[in-house]
Structures are given as C-alpha cells and as structure tokens.
Design a protein around this ligand. Structure first.
Ligand SMILES: *Cc1c(COP(=O)(O)O)cnc(C)c1O
Length: 222
C-alpha cells in the first residue's frame, strides 16, 4: 500500500472516531486506535507506521514474533497489543513481546500470565475478554464467570485495565457494547476494548477506550 493511501485511510478512520466521540460528548483522545495488522506483512504495515500510526494489534504470538522485532527496531514508540486467543504455554512469549493483552479469559491463563510477568519483571496491561453474547465456541469468559475471573486476576496482581469483547456476528452490536460497558462500570474498570471496522463508531459512542480496526486501515485480508 502506498504511503499516501495509508495516510488517507488512517485520516479517515481517525476522523470517524473524532466525529463519533463528539456525538457522544466524549474526548476523541480518550480513544486509542489499535491498527490490527494480523496476516499483513511488514511491507504492508510500514506505510501505516510512516503515516504516523504507532499502536498495532496482532492475534497470534508466533506471527507477531516474526515481523515486529524488526519493525520496532526501525521506529521507536510502537505499542503492540495481543487481541487473539492465548495458550498458557505462550504466556512468556506474549509477555515479552506485547504491551497489552486483550484476551485474558480463564483462570489457568491468569496464573500463567502472573508467573510470566513475575519472571520477566514486566507487566503488560490486561483486558479480560468476555463472551458477551454467551456464544458456543467463542473466546472469552462467560458473563456469569467474569466476577470470579476478575477477582482472581486482581489477586494475582495482573494490571487489569478493562474488558474486551467481540459481539456476535450478524447482530446489532450496540446492545452488547452497552452490556460490556455496564459490567465494566459495575466492577470499577475504565478500559473498554470494543469495536472493529464494521462498528467502531458505535463502540465509541458507547464508551470504547480502545477500538481494534483492521480492514478499514489495511483493506480486506486474503
Ligand atoms: C481481526 C480482528 C479485529 C479487526 O477486525 P476488522 O473487522 O478487520 O477491523 C478486531 N478484533 C479482533 C479480536 C480481531 O481478531
């Protein structure tokens, strides 16, 4: 992707965030845009970095390890967020590479991350992922299990910043975003990681602090 196209796409997404925030009476700088670069190679990502984007997200530890160390060497100030499911045996690798982990969804992973963070002396921000539509075969803890998971994460000294969700496909996202926002409020959590290319403006009006946008920035994935 040429740099001017990357700049254009980035400016467009940022403008839409600003508009949505304004509609809701929120400050646009309360929203962090995470550019989801999964499946895209370094050559596709570099123009977006050149255009000024610094916060990126990946869904696989191994894929991220393959491309980010080099990209980070070339530009300082890059933050990397993990937004995909994490196996406990990859916890150390994830803690080493990422600045935030959005997919903390079960007690065994809380414990693996706590051990990895103690060992590394580094504590990436954590979001607890909630299966907000209570769907079969979807990542995230059940809504009913969230209080216990949060208590466990806090007891293990994970820096829990907020909640994350991916609402059911093909359904209106707003009610699910609103439910996640309410659960976060009820538990004194300020961070809300919600909203993707198809619904990030809706998420911003409902309080998202982190939107995860891939397609609108990079085009369709292969
Ligand atoms: C891929 C992905 C995104 C980005 O999706 P787009 O629709 O391409 O914006 C956001 N969040 C998660 C968890 C993802 O896996």
């Amino acid at each position: 992707m040429p740099i001017d196209e990357a700049s254009q796409r980035l400016a467009d997404v940022r403008a839409r965030i600003v508009r949505a925030a304004k509609t809701a009476g929120r400050a646009a700088d309360a929203v962090t845009l995470i550019a989801i670069s999964k499946t895209h190679d370094a050559g596709t990502i570099a123009p977006l970095i050149a255009a000024g984007q610094r916060v990126f997200g990946e869904n696989r530890v191994q894929e991220a390890e393959g491309k980010w160390p080099k990209l980070r060497e070339a530009t300082s100030g890059i933050a990397l967020h993990l937004v995909g499911q994490l196996q406990s045996n990859k916890a150390e690798d994830a803690v080493a590479l990422f600045d935030a982990i959005h997919s903390v969804d079960r007690p065994s992973l809380v414990q693996a991350l706590a051990r990895a963070m103690d060992k590394a002396g580094k504590r990436p921000a954590c979001f607890l992922q909630v299966n907000i539509g209570d769907e079969e075969q979807k990542g995230g803890c059940a809504v009913a299990e969230l209080p216990a998971l949060l208590a466990e994460a806090r007891a293990a000294d994970l820096p829990v910043q907020g909640l994350m969700c991916v609402p059911p496909l093909d359904l209106e996202a707003a009610p699910y975003f609103a439910l996640l926002a309410k659960i976060a409020r009820d538990h004194g959590l300020g961070g809300l990681s919600m909203g993707m290319s198809g619904d990030f403006e809706t998420a911003v009006t409902i309080g998202a602090t982190h939107v995860r946008v891939g397609t609108a920035l990079f085009g369709a994935r292969a």
